[in-house]
Design a protein around this ligand. Structure first.
Ligand code: ACO
Length: 312
């Protein structure tokens, strides 16, 4: 039995905050943000009554609908976020309740921006073991509530969004071929939230350096597990943190720029939602088609990172 991504759902807030809008809020410039990050605009939820679980639910509903299954057929929900509305119940439990997944286990993964490769790997193993047929994976973030709007080095980087993937069992020779998960707790202080800070704290330069080195290495290593080379890839979908990080990883790997998915320019860093959001757009744009070899790679607080290689 294999596990494949049957459908993708997203929720993107309507309210756009451009770099020029940000110039009025913080001591920054469109030129600085564009040149250092590649980000031009991001979506921000201003309505305080909207919760992380609301946007997670919207993305989850779309993924279930697009998969053509009933919510009762979902055997499990794995959610990731760095902007949880509650310590518990888990975000996955809140989504289960709203969507009507009454037959599903529900659990959260704390891997910040790297939640997707972790969740995909765990869901794949459960499906392969015959423990589940359909697992819903959700990444949802209201980053605008966890950044310090007086810290120009972080608040310009993030956006709000949610994304969901429905992983299903198949006997076909496709789906998630290999995954690699990594973590280095010794580097936890370069990117964190909580403890002595109620806002996200980041050593940008340290994150940048590690992200470039490790994303390139983990992608190559995961491809090698299934005897593929970087040149075999049809599409590389990295976590969307910063165009400079993505381009540096692409250059290190030697991937042609047209095979690299980039949409951070229009959404900012949406953390755990970024990979579903990039996959959704790649599908809509016809850049992702059945049979393609795809690598999803992400890097986040913890620090945590990982990669999934998928035959789409
Ligand atoms: N506007 C204008 N100036 C700014 C801003 C801003 N928004 N932010 C910082 N600066 C200033 C700094 O104060 C500094 O000024 P100084 O030289 O007078 O001291 C100068 O710009 C340079 O600052 P650096 O931090 O050295 O700038 P750098 O080129 O390293 O870019 C950035 C900073 C964009 C944060 C970069 O380090 C980066 O992208 N790091 C990775 C961040 C990231 O992607 N994090 C998330 C990944 S993991 C996850 O997704 C959870």
């Amino acid at each position: 039995m294999n596990a494949f991504i049957k459908s993708v759902g997203v929720y993107v807030p309507k309210n756009i905050l451009t770099n020029v809008d940000l110039e009025k809020r913080v001591d920054t410039t469109d030129a600085w943000i564009s040149s250092r990050t590649g980000i031009r605009e991001r979506q921000i939820i201003e309505d305080a009554s909207i919760k992380t679980s609301d946007i997670a639910t919207a993305a989850a509903r779309e993924a279930i609908e697009r998969a053509g299954i009933d919510a009762s057929e979902v055997d499990g929900i794995i959610a990731g976020s760095m902007s949880y509305e509650r310590a518990f119940p888990a975000l996955a439990c809140l989504v289960a309740k709203e969507v009507g997944c009454t037959n599903a286990f529900a659990v959260d993964i704390t891997a910040a921006c790297a939640a997707m490769p972790y969740a995909i790997n765990i869901a794949t193993l459960m499906i392969r073991a015959g423990q589940a047929k359909n697992i819903l994976i959700v990444g949802a973030e209201i980053c605008s509530r966890i950044v310090d709007w007086s810290d120009r080095a972080t608040c310009v980087l993030f956006g709000d969004a949610a994304g969901a993937l429905l992983l299903s069992a198949t006997e076909e020779n496709r789906g998630v071929l290999a995954s690699t998960l990594k973590a280095d707790g010794r580097q936890g202080d370069i990117l964190y939230l909580g403890g002595d800070s109620k806002f996200l704290k980041m050593d940008g330069a340290a994150v940048f350096k590690l992200a470039v080195t490790e994303l390139a290495a983990v992608t190559k290593q995961t491809l090698e597990k299934v005897d593929y080379k970087v040149s075999d890839l049809d599409l590389f979908v990295p976590h969307q943190a910063n165009v400079r990080i993505i381009e540096s990883v692409g250059a290190r790997l030697g991937i042609a720029p047209e095979k690299v998915m980039i949409n951070v320019d229009r959404y900012g860093n949406t953390s755990s939602a970024s990979i579903p959001l990039a996959l959704y757009e790649a599908l809509e744009e016809g850049r992702l088609k059945p049979g393609m070899l795809v690598a999803l790679s992400a890097f986040g607080g913890g620090i945590t990172w990982g990669c999934n290689v998928i035959r789409w």
